[in-house]
Design a protein around this ligand. Structure first.
Ligand code: NDP
Length: 508
């Protein structure tokens, strides 16, 4: 993609070069004269091909006209592979393969048999989890401890969970013998590439549908490795098809007349375009879009736990999280203390090589995303908010952005209204619970929210008042395959996960 080093945010510092990346030296470590030794995960377990084809009808094949695009490592800007760019004829091929597999094999197959394939995929994901974790970190830029401990185990858990439903659809509460829909066209983003593929594929397959999946342009490799897993599991050809490409490929998948169901995760803008494109076609649609979640801290909250929740809420996955707690609402009486503790905690975060097991903050996924974060942060300063980052030197190559906190933010600031999708926190204050609710709901989004308080009654009151699909209490960013996830208003509609996630793929 890009050919020049790009840097954003951040201030000067004490730092040391570790293998291929910069690790941030904590001020207390510097005083003591010691530094974390690098703990790099080996790349050897992953073999990345020079070129990848499209996965259609159980085989890899070139795109029409042999068109390809490059995928790069965002931490180093090193080109990783060339990947097939699917065009209109490829979409025809994939949809036709999915239709044939639906009518002849997967649709008629008893649920108990479908379940065996899903269990097999889940087990192979577990067996090859280290390989997936390393590949995902290289292609996405996220830290290995997150891919290893979150993305890959949760992806396997989704296949396990929905495998359990495949032969129990009659008892899922949708009436006897609920029918599958047919061919699902699924478009996913780059922030959790494998996990989003699992969220889409597992319920669709369990319910008896076949799939055409379009991964994001900047992170195609784990979906292609998942395609290999489908081969390894001997999934019948055409049940899962993976079409790599850009936005045009996604648009062609969702608009294809042979697609019965569309599932999309990504920006609100593209979600609206998709809803318009398929309006009146009768296709069933679920949209999981952006967010601007409020993470509300009351004066009786356990502060140290809340600090961990705030950090996890906005700095997990470099803030590339639709449900990120990007607006921190703190009760005025404790605001100064909370912000002070937060700053001290942020000074201990380690930014650098995503493959280093010590790394907390990895690379921004693309130059385009870095530009967006840089632009919105500049707008925050220009509009009068106070910007702060811990001492943090950014690596010379790759796309990086220092963890950033804005205080003195008002509700009209762009950084309080727009989804930044980066490691940038906006801090606002409130005095009363009513004011907290009003401010939390002052957004066109409605995906998630957090509440920190020791009072159970207040948690329940807040959860009822806040317009968000998910409300976490005294925790944040918790995911479980059995728990439905989704939003209101500009955050989309439909639910993924749990029994509710099945409804999106059944004619109910
Ligand atoms: P997009 O919504 O553009 O991309 C999501 C997926 O949709 C990608 O696979 C993309 O392909 C594809 N796509 C793009 N245009 C179309 C179209 N017209 N029809 C069908 N599919 C399409 O997100 P971006 O990656 O461009 O990110 C932009 C912003 O969106 C981010 O800054 C962030 O704010 C937000 N975002 C929110 C996410 C969420 O989960 N809420 C996830 C990702 C982004 P391609 O990769 O080739 O563009």
């Amino acid at each position: 993609m890009a050919d020049k080093a790009t840097r954003g945010g951040g201030a000067a510092v004490t730092s040391e070069k570790a293998a291929g990346a910069t690790s941030v030296r904590r001020p207390d470590q510097a005083d003591m004269g010691w530094e974390y030794a690098p703990a790099p995960e080996s790349r050897e377990i992953v073999s990345i091909a020079r070129e990848y084809g499209l996965f259609v009808n159980g085989e890899f094949s070139p795109a029409q006209g042999s068109k390809t695009f490059a995928t790069v490592n965002p931490a180093t800007e090193e080109p990783l592979a060339r990947v097939a760019l699917a065009g209109g004829r490829d979409v025809d091929r994939a949809v036709s393969a999915a239709r044939t597999a639906y009518e002849q094999v997967w649709g008629p197959m008893p649920g108990a048999e479908r379940a065996k394939y899903l269990y097999r995929i889940a087990r192979i994901l577990q067996e090859r989890s280290r390989e997936f974790a390393v590949l995902e970190s290289i292609d996405n830029g996220k830290p290995i401890k997150e891919t290893r401990d979150v993305d890959i185990p949760l992806a396997a858990a989704h296949f396990f969970y929905y495998a359990g439903w495949a032969d129990k659809l009659d008892y899922a509460g949708f009436g006897p013998q609920p029918r599958s829909l047919g061919v699902a066209g699924q478009v996913i983003p780059w922030n959790f590439p494998l996990l989003m593929a699992a969220w889409k594929l597992a319920p669709a397959l369990a319910a008896g549908n076949t799939c055409v999946l379009k991964p994001a342009e900047t992170t195609p490799l784990s979906a292609l490795l998942l395609a290999e897993v489908c081969q390894q599991a001997e999934l019948p050809p055409g049940v899962v098809n993976v079409l790599t490409g850009a936005g045009d490929t996604g648009a062609a998948v969702v608009a294809h007349p042979g697609v019965d169901k569309v599932a999309f995760t990504g920006s609100t803008e593209v979600g609206i375009a998709i809803a318009e494109a398929i309006a009146g076609t009768g296709k069933k649609l679920t949209l999981e879009l952006g967010g601007k979640a409020a993470n509300v801290v009351f004066d009786d909250a356990p502060v140290e736990q809340a600090i961990e929740g705030i950090v996890n809420g906005i700095f997990f996955n470099q803030g590339h999280v639709c449900c990120a707690g990007s607006r921190l609402l703190v009760q005025e009486s404790v605001a100064e203390h909370v912000v002070d503790r937060l700053r001290r905690r942020l000074a201990t975060l380690r930014l650098g090589d995503p493959l280093d097991k010590n790394t907390d903050i990895g690379a921004i996924n693309s130059r385009q995303q870095l530009d967006k974060i840089t632009e919105l942060s500049a707008a925050g300063e220009a509009e009068g908010a106070h910007r702060w980052s811990p001492p943090c030197e950014l690596p010379k190559k790759g796309y990086w952005f220092a963890p950033t906190v804005f205080t003195g933010v008002s509700q009209s600031h762009r950084i309080a209204r727009e989804e930044i999708f980066g490691p940038v926190l906006s801090v606002l204050t409130f005095r009363t619970p009513e004011e907290a609710v009003t401010k939390a709901n002052n957004t066109p989004y409605g995906l998630s929210a957090g509440v920190w308080t020791e009072k159970g009654s207040r948690i329940l009151w807040m959860a009822q008042k806040m317009r968000a699909g998910v409300v976490w209490a005294n925790t944040y960013n918790r995911f479980d395959p059995a728990s439905p996830f989704g939003g209101y208003r500009e955050s989309g509609f439909g639910r993924e996960g749990g029994r509710h996630g099945l409804a999106a793929y059944l004619d109910v």
